[in-house]
Design a protein around this ligand. Structure first.
Ligand code: NDP
Length: 330
């Protein structure tokens, strides 16, 4: 079987030399363990941070060891009474064709209710991040005008749709291409713009003549600065990510207007999805499956084929080649 190792730590943007595909033997199962044939794996922005040798809310990846991350697959051998052969499971040992893990660290998923990949996106970590980030961290209320950056991505595309379904007065998104902006219109965003087309602050002001009440930040930098300029009094910012600076080797300088948060009495709240996951999981699953069943929410996937394509899929996700969730089909 094969797995992807971190060969070296990226300096700036990752390159193919930072990754190595390694042939390895599948180990014997110990008591309580299962063998999973992975069918689909996730590449996520947070993995870039784990490639640096710095402590964060998740430990760094080790050099010459396999990467890991979300994956869904089928149990093909089992030494556990809890997970039978044939069960589809969600687990944390992606970046490899086969995974050996404790049955207790895998979650059975129903792939007849939704495709395996949905558990890595709309029904999984990105979905719950969008839901809790908007409604709990961002305290979105009915009638709010909501702005989300990275709006055509896995999290952002769901934030916009959940905002609409939760009674937002106006939903605005920014993304990195004309195609993505057009897609946001189809997803029900009221306004969208390409951040390459000019000043983010000015484009946001034009899209939100009455200002914004909630900003869901996936990008940081100029987007956060633009949001602060356009936030109304008592506005809220859910600080989810700052992908504009994940590859940078210099500390960022924007937002230069952070002090405006004081006079506007803004709430800028950083959050990690794990903080809210248990709190909202049941409600999230109920509402999201309801929206899906009623055809009220849509999700895009950009899918690459085979483990060899995984490093490039990750690198391309960081530069915006994905619309919706970036996945690798194994
Ligand atoms: P996406 O599917 O949104 O993929 C990343 C996207 O980022 C790319 O498609 C690209 O789209 C955009 N991007 C890359 N560079 C820049 C840039 N310089 N400026 C603006 N946009 C850029 O990823 P996710 O939905 O998985 O994650 C979105 C954000 O949420 C990330 O910041 C991530 O770290 C964060 N996150 C945080 C969690 C938490 O618990 N706090 C949990 C999950 C995600 P484009 O073409 O539009 O540029």
């Amino acid at each position: 079987t094969r797995e992807v190792h971190l060969a070296s730590r990226p300096q700036g943007a990752p390159t193919p030399e930072n990754f190595r595909i390694v042939e390895t033997e599948i180990p014997e199962l110990a008591d309580g363990e299962v063998l999973v044939a992975n069918s689909v794996m996730s590449v996520d922005p947070y993995m870039r941070g784990r490639m640096n040798d710095v402590k964060s809310y998740v430990p760094p990846f080790a050099i010459d060891a396999p990467l890991d991350g979300g994956a869904v697959g089928t149990v093909i051998a089992s030494r556990s009474d809890d997970l039978a052969v044939g069960t589809s499971v969600l687990h944390r040992l992606g970046w490899r064709e086969h995974a050996v893990l404790e049955a207790s660290s895998a979650t059975a998923v129903d792939t007849s209710a939704a495709a395996d990949s949905a558990y890595l996106g709309v029904l999984g970590m990105p979905g719950i991040t969008a839901y809790a980030g908007l409604l709990v961290a961002g305290e979105m209320r009915e009638g709010d005008t909501v702005f989300v950056s990275g709006a055509a991505g896995a999290v952002g595309s769901l934030v916009g749709q959940i905002a609409r379904l939760s009674g937002a007065a106006r939903v605005i998104g920014s993304a990195g291409s004309a195609e993505k902006v057009a897609r946001l219109g189809e997803l029900g965003f009221d306004a969208a713009f390409d951040y390459h087309d000019g000043s983010v602050t000015e484009q946001l002001a034009a899209a939100a003549p009455d200002g914004i009440d909630v900003y869901f930040d996936n990008v940081g930098g100029d987007h956060l600065e633009a949001a602060i300029a356009n936030l109304n009094t008592d506005g809220r910012v859910a600080m989810c990510g700052a992908i504009a600076q994940y590859n940078s080797t210099e500390p960022p300088c924007a937002p230069r207007n952070l002090a405006l948060a004081i006079g506007k009495r803004l709430t800028l709240r950083g959050f990690i999805v794990g903080k809210y996951a248990d709190q909202v999981r049941e409600e999230f699953q109920q509402r999201m499956t309801g929206w899906i069943a009623a055809d009220e929410i849509r999700w895009d996937e950009t899918v690459r084929e085979g483990l060899d394509a995984a490093p490039q899929a990750f690198m391309d996700m960081l530069t915006g080649a994905n619309t919706g969730k970036m996945l690798v089909r194994l």
